[in-house]
Design a protein around this ligand. Structure first.
Ligand code: CUA
Length: 324
């Protein structure tokens, strides 16, 4: 495409992105995202002040060369356009912006979480380092109207956590914890992404953030803390899950407790998506991913099962969907 043809697209794309309410820094639904947007506008206004001051000084230089401004008039003009005007506007903006750069306040008993980036998925732990720790994957649930403390880390390479509508972005570094306070305001579903190139499937590393009313969130977390469904324990897909060695990597609390290498699948069936926000939750999608994860996610660490009969994969998918 010729460059001229690209220009309208370059102008329109950010505007359309602004319409995407689930993943847009221009549609904030969290305190940090609101502040980030205000600071962005302040940067824009500051740039405009610079342009006005430079433009005015340029205009003055031209007029001075023509000799149509007196020396004292010129000095006054420089003092106002190049000194007083930018100083007053920028100082006002600075005083307005400084309080917004302070860390968000956090209650003593605030909910704590630990989110770890993995190639290419998200490990989420609620109340880590307590007896009531709950591990889940690829879907973050948060209470609306509460500041939540999230510790971010990488488990293999550097990833980066960003939910444009709520908060972030912040790097997830192996061996170095970063701290982020997320204060979501409005219940809804938002989309988070990895924003640090972390391998072949970097672009396929997303997650849903479901912001819920606090009571609803507590009920969800209590449910998530329970072991996997006892009804699903006798499902024929469970024996296949064990036979194919899935239990060697995936923990299903109450069914297979040993491993914690891959995503925890204890309440897998209750999630909205699979494969880190890239596939809809359906038995066909699960079965397809089990047999050929590398086709969906190049570089994924989960081994492929190309010789697994399609029926077996579907039966394992049925079992996993029973885990709600
Ligand atoms: Cu993880 Cu990019």
């Amino acid at each position: 495409m010729k460059l001229r043809g690209c220009i309208p697209a370059l102008v329109v794309a950010p505007l359309l992105a602004g319409c995407n309410r689930i993943q847009s820094a221009f549609a904030p639904f969290g305190v940090e995202a609101e502040r980030t947007l205000v600071l962005t506008w302040i940067m824009g206004v500051s740039a405009a002040v610079l342009l006005v001051a430079v433009g005015a000084l340029g205009w003055w230089a031209v007029r001075a060369r023509e000799g149509s401004l007196s020396i004292s008039g010129g000095m006054r003009f420089i003092a106002w356009a190049g000194g007083v005007f930018p100083a007053v506007v920028l100082l006002a903006l600075l005083l307005y912006a400084l309080p917004m750069m302070k860390p968000l306040p956090l209650a003593e008993d605030a909910l704590r979480l630990r989110v770890e980036g993995e190639q290419f998925w998200w490990r989420m732990r609620y109340r880590p380092e307590t007896a009531g720790a709950v591990e889940t994957a690829n879907e973050l649930r948060l209470p609306a109207g509460e500041a939540v403390h999230i510790t971010l880390a990488g488990n293999d390479v550097i990833h980066s956590f960003w939910v444009p509508g709520l908060a972030g972005k912040m790097d997830m570094i192996p061996g170095h914890d970063n701290e982020l306070v997320v204060h979501a305001l409005t219940p809804g579903v938002y989309r988070g992404v990895c924003t640090e190139f972390c391998g072949l499937s970097h672009a396929l590393m997303a997650f849903d953030v479901v912001v819920m009313a606090p009571a609803e969130f507590e009920a969800w977390l209590e449910r998530e803390a329970r072991p996997a469904s006892a009804d699903a324990a006798g499902h024929p897909g469970r024996a296949l899950f064990d036979d194919y060695g899935c239990a060697g990597c995936h923990r299903i609390r109450g069914h297979t407790d040993d491993a914690g290498i891959g995503p925890d699948l204890t309440h897998f069936g209750a999630r909205r998506t699979l494969a880190a926000g890239t596939l809809p939750m359906s038995r066909e999608a699960i079965a397809g991913f089990i047999r050929h994860p590398e086709q969906r996610k190049p570089g994924v660490r989960m081994p492929a099962f190309p010789h697994m009969p399609a029926d077996d994969a579907l039966r394992i998918a049925d079992y996993l969907q029973e885990l709600d």
